[in-house]
Design a binder for this molecule. Sequence first.
Ligand code: MN
Length: 247
Amino acid sequence: MQDPHPINRRNFVKLGAAAGAAMLVPATRASGAEAAALPDLPYPFDALEPHIDARTMEIHHGKHHAGYVAKLNAALESAPDLAKMETAALLAALPSVSDEALRTTLRNNGGGHWNHSFFWKSMTPAAKSGVPSAALTSALGAAFGSVDEFRTVFSDASGKRFGSGWAWLIHKDGKLKVTSTPNQDNPLMKGIVADEDLGTPLLGIDVWEHAYYLHYQNRRADYVTAWWNVVNWAEVSSRFEAAAKAS
Ligand code: MN
């Protein structure tokens, strides 16, 4: 069984008799901001089988993502102003963090938290994967030639990312583009990633080995091919429509 709130639970301490009553309070920041929390997966660990195996999902969510959340919260203990921000806003504000060690920790773990929260919602059981909306199909056609050609460009970017990182479909200035970032960087990190890689993320794939190694070992291309079966096109289409409306 999946523990629904492992991080929430870990970040709360039970006050003893000195506090007058046994109550749960956040063991976090003086600012009153809520700690970052590990979101539940929107489906069971085995829901993406056979394309992504249950054990990989369990470790990826419960260990890797949980680790980013714990380290992010630990780093924010010393930065109450930053702790008040939504994660996306925090990532966009990274260049204003003058302490280099803190900035790096926030970049890696804030990025890790945002990226994985986005990634879980980008997937759904294969039976529900669906197809891009008419508007997104048209935009993908305009940018890449067709949905199939978009998949080829995106898969190529996933394969070419050296080492650990992500490939993205982004919306920027009314246009769609495929980009790739190393480690836990993402298209929201203004002043950190190259300007041409900035935009509103619509879809992202994690190509860290921890995302596929148990089942696919070194065969990243096989993982990417299988991953297309579990893309949540309703979610990606809705992100596209929101981004198009906002631009
Ligand atoms: Mn990952």
